[in-house]
Design a binder for this molecule. Structure first.
Ligand code: CUA
Length: 316
């Protein structure tokens, strides 16, 4: 039974998940019991009232009050239970506790940005403390996206021009996947991220180490740090490092190459070109690509931009 349960549903990691699952099972198992009951009765009646002889006549039965009241009242009760239960769960899911830790979420084609109370930022990875309610205040820079963490059983549309909210509390440290579950363009299927749930003390450490936008860890060369940033900042969602065709130009052989723009101009992809492309990506559009890259202005500091450029140089 447990194996079947785990096969049907992802692990229930947030406090609200077990409530959602209980309702899910009630709706599905009661539907299953009713369906089996109806099919058994159908088979029985087919057999019982089959035509037995040439001049067999169907009995004329106009109604049966007791039976009709029974089959109306039982489904009505089940429906009311599902409504009351569902409403209660809905209220729990949409009412974050007052002491919730707040994180701002910005969705854009095709990545998730997170900003924390102390000014720390992260892209693609949402860092949260274990066993503490976390409230997400979400908005979109472009089109409608939807924030979905199957393990937590929460899903919320993220809409441009307004804020939507969701919250969760995860008792145990661990990792879960975030999906975008609103079709938002070519990169929709690549728009996933990760929630990393830290033990209480570790989360504070992570926050402290990320305050102020981050500087290079001592044990990494600039290009190595650049590679790490390219993953963290979701550059790799659109830019391949091995020449394969993705949403944006590949980084393999990019440095020093000649770029042809849609307005007829061209430029050599030197340091200045790469820097401008990261900060104001849509000033010039490269032939054959769509102007979909978000600006990283305010998102990456100079040291980080330099590291990413160093990394791009190593791909020649
Ligand atoms: Cu964002 Cu789909």
């Amino acid at each position: 039974m447990e194996a079947l349960r785990d096969f049907i549903l992802p692990p229930a990691k947030s406090t609200v998940a077990s409530e959602v699952d209980a309702l899910f099972w009630f709706v599905h198992l009661s539907s299953l019991v009713l369906t089996i009951g109806i099919l058994v009765a159908l088979a029985y009646f087919l057999y019982k009232y089959r035509r037995k002889s040439e001049n067999d006549v169907t009995p004329v039965i106009t109604h049966n009050n007791k039976l009709e009241v029974t089959w109306s009242v039982i489904p009505l009760i089940i429906t009311l239970v599902v409504f009351g239960w569902g409403f209660q769960t809905y209220v729990t899911m949409t009412t974050p506790p007052d002491d919730a830790y707040e994180i701002n979420v910005t969705a854009q084609k095709w990545l998730w940005n997170f900003t924390y109370e102390n000014g720390a930022r992260s892209t693609g990875e949402l860092h949260v403390p274990a066993d503490r309610p976390v409230k997400l205040i979400m908005s979109s820079n472009d089109v409608i996206h939807s924030f979905f963490v199957p393990d937590y059983r929460i899903k919320q549309d993220v809409v441009p021009g307004r804020y939507t909210e969701t919250w969760f509390r995860v008792p145990e440290a661990g990792e879960s996947i975030i999906f975008c579950t609103e079709y938002c363009g070519t990169g929709h299927s690549d728009m996933y991220g990760k929630v990393i749930v830290h033990e209480q003390g570790e989360f504070e450490n992570w926050l402290a180490s990320n305050q102020g936008g981050g500087s290079k860890p001592d044990d990494l060369a600039p290009a190595e740090w650049g590679e790490q940033l390219a993953q963290e900042q979701a550059c790799a969602t659109c830019h391949s490092a091995d020449g394969s065709q993705m949403t944006g130009p590949t980084w393999q052989g990019l440095f020093g190459s000649n770029r042809q723009f849609t307005d007829g101009n061209s430029a050599e992809a030197d340091e200045n070109y790469l820097r401008t492309s990261i900060l104001n990506p849509n000033d010039e559009i490269v032939e054959g690509y769509q102007p979909v890259m978000p600006s990283y202005q305010g998102q990456l500091n100079d040291e980080q931009i330099n590291a990413i450029i160093e990394y791009i140089k190593t791909l020649n």
